[in-house]
Design a protein around this ligand. Structure first.
Ligand SMILES: Nc1ncnc2c1ncn2[C@@H]1O[C@H](COP(=O)(O)OP(=O)(O)OP(=O)(O)O)[C@@H](O)[C@H]1O
Ligand SMILES: [Mg+2]
Length: 457
């Protein structure tokens, strides 16, 4: 019989290597390779020939009748909006987020709402004792919701319990990193344990039609801890974001096999739990009095809803020859580098001896490419110490050539900005013709915008 080959799995990224190495070749993490004993080769697999000896599967036509998946409303409109209209029966959802951001709170609230409608809901906590969860439920005013609660970490125990009665409509597993499958060796939280536990729980969802929600820890870079494969295994991946020092939280789908990923759910964290914020457009705007240099408002679009955020830039000239820092909060650092490069190469502005800091106010994270123009305007304003008038918004995409490109839903962004009292907008030239309540200034290139902000024209 062929001898089972050893394989080593990186605990950070899940890549497999035939040899142990000090550093993972995929993700460059140190000391992250651990021998994986779970995948011994069977003599069958070793033969590599899968062309015969199997059972023929039935092939069916694509146009056969199908029912739309049953969706279970959580009773929390913002939650339903983010997942595409409600949790789908028989689906697996993974929700990730920083420690203490409110994952358990959100899921307990959703579980209680669903249970209160007469559906059976099981909440399995691997991190907290049942009493702790009960205390939280009481604080949230949900102490009498008929949620079935258990503190357990063995997947075998959990599935045995769930198999006893009728399958529940919803199972919450808080968190997948604490779960343990006795089918394979290894401590909870290791890649192979997380993968094996998730596999069993997802199979339970598919077989029984229960919606399974797994809570996942995130690493310090914000990725869901454990193997990337976990994200491939589930149907929906949600991320719960926000700054702990701020009140607002955003639920965003990063993958959804049953719906779109463009809508967000917005919540405010309070003593009595997470409150829904139905109209978030003005939420992240700080009190805006006098104009200050380096600050401009950007009307971001999240799905169908505009959210206005303030973009703040600070440019500090360095006297010494030290390497200047670039720090970004709430935006993509690579994109900032690109905007700085375009400003330097196409507009003749030099940031090479200056430190650059960029911040999206209110703990909001912008992923909308239309922020380019607003970021550029904030940087130019910060560099020149010339404030942009406070009643101004800006949006548009910047190409490497320095040209400004129009973006989607310009009219909607302008309408919401006007509603919140903004009067002027800096936009790509192709948009400037749009009739609307605002005074628009259009630019064809980033150079034109720079000239305008520096008062050169
Ligand atoms: N007694 C309290 N009063 C008000 N707010 C509280 C109270 N206890 C907790 N919170 C809030 O709830 C948050 C913790 O929420 P929760 O436990 O749901 O987070 P989590 O994402 O599940 O965290 P973890 O990753 O540790 O499981 C705290 O950061 C705090 O803002
Ligand atoms: Mg928790």
């Amino acid at each position: 019989m062929a001898k089972a080959k050893k394989r080593y799995v990186c605990q950070a990224c899940g890549s497999v290597s035939p040899r142990w190495q000090g550093q993972c070749a995929e993700c460059s993490e140190w000391n992250s390779l651990v021998e994986d004993v779970s995948q011994a080769l069977t003599p069958f697999a070793a033969r590599h020939n899968l062309r015969s000896g199997g059972r023929a599967v039935e092939l069916v036509a694509l146009d056969a009748e199908v029912r739309l998946p049953d969706r279970m409303s959580s009773g929390i409109a913002e939650f339903d909006r983010a997942v595409g209209g409600g949790l789908v029966a028989g689906s697996a959802t993974l929700i990730g987020g920083d420690p203490g951001i409110g994952k358990s709170t959100l899921l307990l609230q959703a579980a209680a709402h669903i249970a209160a409608r007469g559906l059976s809901v099981a909440y399995i906590s691997g991190e907290e004792a049942a009493d702790q969860v009960r205390l939280r439920a009481r604080r949230l005013g949900l102490g009498d919701a008929p949620v079935q609660l258990a503190a357990a970490t063995s997947v075998r125990d959990i599935l045995t319990t769930l198999d006893e009665g009728a399958p529940p409509a919803l199972v919450v597993i808080d968190s997948i990193q604490t779960m343990h499958s006795d089918l394979i060796e290894g401590a909870p939280g290791t890649v192979s344990q997380v993968r094996a536990s998730a596999q069993e729980l997802i199979r339970f969802a598919k077989e029984t039609g229960a919606a399974v929600v797994l809570v996942g820890h995130v690493t310090k870079d914000g990725a869901i801890a454990g193997p990337r494969v976990l994200e491939h295994m589930v149907d929906t991946v949600l991320s719960f974001e926000g700054e702990r020092s701020h009140q607002y939280r955003i639920l965003r789908a990063t993958k959804n096999r049953f719906g779109g990923t463009d809508e967000i759910g917005v919540f405010a964290m309070a003593e009595e739990g997470l409150a829904e914020v139905a109209n978030p457009s003005a939420l992240f705007l700080t009190d805006r009095g006098e104009s200050v240099s380096g600050a401009i408002v950007f009307p971001a679009l999240e799905g169908t809803r505009p959210v206005l955020v303030e973009i703040q830039a600070l440019v500090v000239r360095l006297a010494s020859g030290a390497t200047p820092r670039r720090a970004v909060v709430g935006w993509d650092a690579g994109r900032l580098a690109m905007i700085l490069a375009v400003l330097e190469a196409r507009c003749g502005l030099s940031f090479s001896t200056a430190e650059v800091y960029l911040n999206i106010a209110g703990g909001y994270r912008v992923s909308d490419p239309a922020a380019d123009l607003a970021v550029a305007a904030a940087l130019v304003s910060a560099l020149s110490e010339r404030p942009v008038p406070a009643e101004t918004v800006a949006f548009g995409e910047v190409a490497l050539s320095g040209e400004l490109r129009p973006v989607s839903h310009g009219a909607l962004r302008l309408k919401e900005s006007a509603k919140l009292g903004f009067e002027r907008a800096l936009v790509p030239a192709s948009l400037a013709g749009d009739k609307g309540p605002m005074r628009l200034t259009g630019f064809r290139t980033l150079g034109e915008l720079v000239d305008h902000l520096l008062g050169r024209q």
